[in-house]
Design a protein around this ligand. Structure first.
Ligand code: RAT
Ligand code: ZN
Length: 424
């Protein structure tokens, strides 16, 4: 059907973006078979590291050690009282909790955490995962799988049947960012590597990567990189990228995902909440993607200041697909500005958002909030197009939204979307 008015356009775009199933390309969620690695429920929701950092700001008298000595439930009580009772929860991470509780049907007028807790006592992880994925209209999530984590390795070795809604990504931070210590972890797994790269070290690192690729079938290899990451670089990281990651990515035909701009542990007392960000040199991205045009790169950058030049770099390199409004950028004002700018420079050849969820409940808010903004910006772009004299069909809008919420990712990988096949 042809779009016939501004109102028709607005309601069709809003409804389509709201209802189209998503492939969430980067999360920290896990399938049920991974046991305690999967976080869910109101206490995990409240002890999210974003909220821990916000709580300390209102509690100058609270010692870090005292907070870390508390049980999870005590921490959640304190966070709830501080951020939700003593102040209004309008930061994005706080509003997210409100959206989740509301979507789950809890009575927000009571503000009684214990009654919310009651609900979770009677649900199983299995049912809850299905409920949240359905409510959030997320068809598949990509996990962050860490071959350096012994608990997770153990889970993979148990060969549980794979839940098709949870797809793998091979995360290799220690290999690239801490070779001085991580080489020993490869030795422990039976690879003959030496800290100075002598002997078979390079081919053994490749063997390690290939073995993990065979074991978990990852959609991509991923790393988070500091803001001062440079390429080329005379360092173990530079060497491993050139001689191990790139050839393995090429041969396995999977992208190398670089998440650039983290300053780890600027405040170690905050533990997992203590990381920050810094502006990076776009030349680094330009040089690596143009050197290896036959390798695919997924890139997201953490600093707002890098977003425009990253989008321009994608215009110049079709082997670069930019994704998401990552971490400190996952705020409505920034998502709106970044998404609009990306649409203007790159049309639909982007992945506008990923959730980065750590707690499965968060899918409800991260996607609700992002969909609202994506729909708003997309409506404006189509409206401008109508004003310029174009005609639009509803089917064309549905096609475009399918691409933005997953299709572009699958086409970049060169793989069919398994959920789309299963639905047929
Ligand atoms: O967004 C986050 O929760 C961060 O703590 C990180 O997990 C980041 O997304 C990463 O994958 O390193
Ligand atoms: Zn992440």
């Amino acid at each position: 059907m042809t779009i016939h008015s501004k109102e028709h356009l607005h309601s069709f775009v809003t409804e389509t973006v709201r209802n189209t199933q998503v492939t969430d390309i980067h999360t920290h969620l896990f399938a049920e078979s991974f046991g305690d690695l999967l976080l869910w429920g109101v206490d995990d929701l409240l002890t999210y590291h974003y909220l821990i950092a916000e709580t300390f700001r209102f509690k100058p008298e609270l010692s870090y050690d005292a907070f870390w000595a508390m049980s999870k439930q005590e921490q959640a009580d304190l966070i709830w009282k501080t951020l939700f009772i003593e102040h209004s929860p309008y930061s994005e991470a706080c509003r997210g909790v409100v959206t989740v509780l509301n979507r789950l049907g809890f009575d927000l007028s009571t503000r009684d955490l214990n009654t919310y807790r009651e609900y979770y006592k009677n649900v199983s992880a299995k049912d809850y995962i299905s409920r949240i994925l359905e409510l959030a209209k997320v068809k598949t999530v990509v996990m962050t799988n860490d071959p350096f984590d012994s608990f997770e390795r153990e889970k993979w070795s148990q060969n549980h049947p794979q839940d098709p809604r949870f797809l793998a990504a091979l995360r290799i931070d220690p290999l690239l960012n801490a070779w001085d210590t991580s080489w020993t972890l490869l030795v422990e797994q039976g690879y003959e590597v030496k800290p100075d790269f002598s002997g078979n070290t390079i081919s053994e690192i490749r063997r390690f990567l290939n073995d993990w690729i065979a074991r978990i079938n990852p959609l991509y290899m991923a790393v988070s990189l500091p803001n001062d990451f440079a390429y080329p670089e005379d360092s173990s990281r530079g060497r491993i990228i050139d001689e191990c990651i790139v050839p393995v990515a090429r041969e396995a035909n999977i992208p190398f995902a670089m998440m650039i701009g983290v300053k780890r542990q600027v405040n170690p007392s905050l533990k997992g909440a203590g990381d920050s960000l810094g502006k990076s040199d776009i030349g680094t991205v330009e040089r690596i993607v143009s050197k290896y045009q036959d390798v695919k790169f997924l890139v997201t950058m953490l600093s707002r200041e890098n977003q425009h030049e990253l989008a321009v770099t994608a215009r110049k390199n079709r082997n670069l697909l930019i994704f998401g409004c990552w971490w400190f950028l996952n705020n409505p004002s920034l998502i709106e500005e970044i998404t609009r700018m990306r649409f203007e420079l790159l049309g639909g050849s982007i992945i506008p958002q990923h959730s980065d969820c750590r707690i499965i409940d968060q899918l409800l808010y991260k996607w609700d909030h992002s969909r609202e903004i994506i729909a708003k910006v997309l409506f404006e772009k189509y409206d401008d197009l109508l004003a310029a004299g174009w005609r639009l069909e509803e089917e064309e809008i549905q096609r475009d939204v399918d691409d933005l919420l997953g299709g572009t990712f699958w086409k970049f990988l060169g793989k069919p979307d398994p959920a789309a096949i299963a639905a047929k």
